[in-house]
Design a protein around this ligand. Structure first.
Ligand SMILES: [Fe+2]
Length: 746
């Protein structure tokens, strides 16, 4: 399978006409020429039963051929403290909870060539300029230890020690001491959870980590040393980028301390949770910062289960969880800059990059400038959910994916490209190398899913709604959830109707509140998807462009958050909105009930569809069965589906005008619906497994229509847009655009 030869990302997932857009691209396999083109996206690859890919080139100065280099990705997180003064003696100490001991050399603390590491078997080891003394006793996987090491440059005497902190296992204190090369000067920044990437000697053969040659004009050059200056010998430490580190540690570190004759510094990771700050609590003020967003607000060695909110007892949350595959910022150099035309239509767009192989689409939203005239209809693009799904790897990883899908998984060229490039990071559906869930998603890296091609899901699926609006010649704007986060209800207020596409799954408190405020003021809202308003995310002010989530407590989830870590580093309690007390049913009338990925089915009208309040929806529709067709699974009701539930806050006056039926046994009741397992939870047996189309009026004269199925929008184009799903949506939208207020039923 041929894969894209160029990838890239933008500085923002949305822009407005007239804005300058910066493209950061990398031409893989050593750089070379590539083409770039701005395109407006109208429809994605739908398969044979849909309209297929539709894109329109847009003339900008971007168009044409460019020369590009390959840009390395400095994946992995660690902490760094610059400005360590020259030291005559060195003593490291810290608490360690390793998650991948024995998987290569992993540095705990490193000051130039003097390093405290876990060696290849996972034993605490002092390494000085490549010479080592090891305790030879591996640290226990996922257990806390105190680890210490000393080195005296004057004599070369060195020692190292590890001690398990608690538990009933038979581990013991392990110690070793001896002499290492004397006279080695520990200098440069202190790294915690990694080593500085300075390969000066062949004797540093234990550095199995790769050091990307990126910054050749280091602002913090290493002191000159003897030996030849080969390509690998060039000091690479830039002091700011993650390109500078190697020997990455996986696991938690707490209370790292550095002692010497000159100073005594100890860093308290419980200070500065929610920031990048690493605080030295000594009088020396040797503060540092984290790189690539390691996970904070995690349980430390002193956590005993008595608190679950880190803010209630910081002393139990003094740890940071580092991962060798954390990635916040790829940090690529700008490759291209261009200005969006002032007259550009609002919509889904992409910077289409192409070198060898198929194109790489860098999708983004063009929304109207603040204050510019608006259409009456807005599509609220699910940019937060796109981000949560970005760089989804599970289709290519071992596991029971076939059973989840109820079918053989299909992969496309981006799955293959991602598999070839672990350095682009993972999605919040994946787990880190050490098995812990990925709870951060950053837009500062290539995002493989904001494209119209490949797997028919989410971004590509959402274009079906755009294609339908175009076909219906309905004027619309596209706005983004990221803007909703920043601007609140003011973003929605100008619109008479706001439409979600197929899968607005990830929602922040601010987004939820703004949507509620819009409805409270008489707005009309259509939720044209499934499994929406489901997980809480928060925006981390210390990491612009990144969202955080914790899959806490319950829910249909790719991984489970660890005990004691249900609160985000932003301080918010994570998990399902349903568990937090804001179920989607209370906002849009329905909530997640089942998922299945084998085939879709149809809706059958209910008697409530004959209610005069719903008459406008079914004008011109005689059929009892609607949506028994579509580009995803031959039906409008499928993939992930939502149902009406009074107990979860669905409005009692809402009309369930149609419900799906005939789902297969691949559709299973979601686990958050069950207190205990039982038989009868599949779609062939369980009458609760259905997608409900729900309509209700709001007190301020507004209304909500929810369709409860991800596959819904994929049915709109059937038979050249002349079908009962298209008619239903058109009827609804025409009425939603009519300023006449909706009235609550008596
Ligand atoms: Fe989802």
């Amino acid at each position: 399978m041929s894969t894209p030869g160029v990838v890239g990302y933008l500085d923002s997932l949305y822009a407005s006409p007239g804005d300058e857009v910066t493209v950061r691209a990398s031409v893989l396999d050593g750089g070379g020429r590539y083409r770039a083109q701005l395109v407006r996206l109208i429809c994605g690859e739908t398969g044979p039963s849909g309209p297929g890919l539709k894109e329109e080139p847009v003339a900008t100065e971007l168009a044409g051929e460019h020369m590009g280099s390959e840009q390395p990705v400095p994946i992995s997180s660690y902490a760094i403290v610059d400005n360590i003064p020259p030291l005559e003696t060195i003593e490291f100490s810290l608490l360690v909870w390793p998650t991948l001991p024995g998987r290569g050399t992993q540095a705990l603390m490193a000051l130039g060539p003097v390093r405290l590491v876990l060696d290849a078997v996972g034993a605490a080891t002092i390494a000085v300029d490549g010479e080592t003394i090891s305790t030879k006793v591996p640290l226990r996987h996922r257990a806390w230890h105190r680890v210490e090491a000393r080195y005296d440059p004057a004599t070369g005497s060195a020692s190292v020690r590890s001690e398990p902190l608690r538990g009933f296992h038979a581990d013991r204190v392990a110690e070793a001491s001896g002499r290492l090369r004397a006279g080695v000067r520990a200098a440069g920044p202190l790294l915690i959870g990694a080593s500085p990437c300075v390969l000066r000697r062949a004797s540093l053969a234990q550095d199995e980590g790769r050091c990307a040659v990126q910054d050749q004009s280091s602002p913090h050059p290493e002191p000159a040393t003897e030996g030849s200056a080969s390509e690998d010998a060039r000091p690479l430490f830039s002091g700011s980028g993650a390109d500078a580190a190697t020997q990455h540690f996986n696991g938690k570190i707490e209370a790292p301390a550095l002692r010497s004759r000159e100073l005594e510094a100890e860093w308290d990771f419980s200070r500065g949770i929610g920031t990048t700050r690493v605080e030295d609590k000594s009088r020396h003020g040797l503060h540092g910062h984290t790189v690539n967003a390691p996970k904070r607000a995690v349980t430390g060695a002193r956590w005993d289960g008595s608190v679950h909110d880190w803010r209630r007892d910081l002393s139990q949350y003094g740890a940071v969880h580092f991962h060798s595959d954390d990635l916040y910022d790829a940090g690529w150099q700008p490759s291209l800059r261009f200005r969006l035309p002032e007259t550009l239509k609002s919509g889904y767009y992409a910077v289409k990059l192409q070198a060898s192989g198929p194109p790489f689409y860098v999708g983004f939203i063009v929304s109207p400038k603040p204050g510019a005239p608006r259409a009456k209809v807005a599509v609220l693009a699910s940019t937060v959910t796109y981000l949560a799904y970005a760089n989804y790897r599970r289709r290519m990883s071992p596991g029971p994916f076939e059973l989840t899908m109820g079918a053989l998984p299909t992969v496309d060229m981006t799955d293959v490209l991602l598999a070839e490039h672990p350095e682009f990071g993972s999605s919040t559906y994946d787990v880190h190398k050490d098995g812990f869930g990925v709870g951060h998603a950053s837009a500062r890296r290539p995002l493989f899913n904001m494209r119209p091609t490949g797997r028919f899901w989410n971004f590509a699926m959402d274009l079906c709604l755009i294609d339908w609006l175009e076909a219906q010649e309905i004027a619309y704007d596209v706005i983004s959830e990221h803007e909703l986060q920043e601007r609140g209800v003011e973003l929605l207020a100008p619109y008479r109707a706001v439409l979600t596409p197929s899968h607005p799954e990830y929602v922040s408190l601010e987004m939820l509140t703004a949507t509620e405020a819009y409805l409270g003021a008489g707005g009309r809202f259509m939720y044209l998807g499934g499994n929406g308003f489901y997980w809480r995310v928060s925006f981390d002010p210390a990491h612009p462009g990144m969202i955080e989530l914790r899959r806490a407590e319950d829910g249909t989830r790719a991984w489970a958050e660890q005990p004691g870590q249900y609160y985000h580093a932003t301080g918010e309690y994570g998990g399902l909105w349903r568990r937090i007390g804001r179920p989607p049913n209370a906002l849009v009338g329905i909530g997640f009930i089942a998922q299945g990925f084998d085939a879709s089915t149809y809706y059958r009208r209910t008697s409530a569809s004959r209610d005069p309040r719903a008459a406008f929806l079914f004008a011109g529709i005689e059929d009892e069965i609607i949506g028994d067709f579509g580009a995803w699974g031959d039906g409008a009701a499928g993939l992930e589906i939502d149902a009406f539930d009074l107990a979860l806050g669905s409005p009692p006056h809402a009309l369930v005008v149609a419900s799906s039926e005939g789902h297969s046994n691949a559709f299973l009741l979601v686990n958050e619906e069950m207190l205990s397992n039982s038989r009868g939870v599949d779609g062939t047996l369980n009458s609760r497994i259905k997608a409900d189309i729900v309509f209700f009026e709001t007190p301020a004269g507004g209304a909500v229509l929810s369709t409860g199925s991800i596959a819904f929008v994929a049915s709109l184009a059937h038979e050249n847009y002349r079908n009962n799903i298209s008619r239903l949506l058109r009827n609804a939208l025409d009425r939603f655009l009519d300023p006449a207020p909706f009235k609550l039923p008596m």
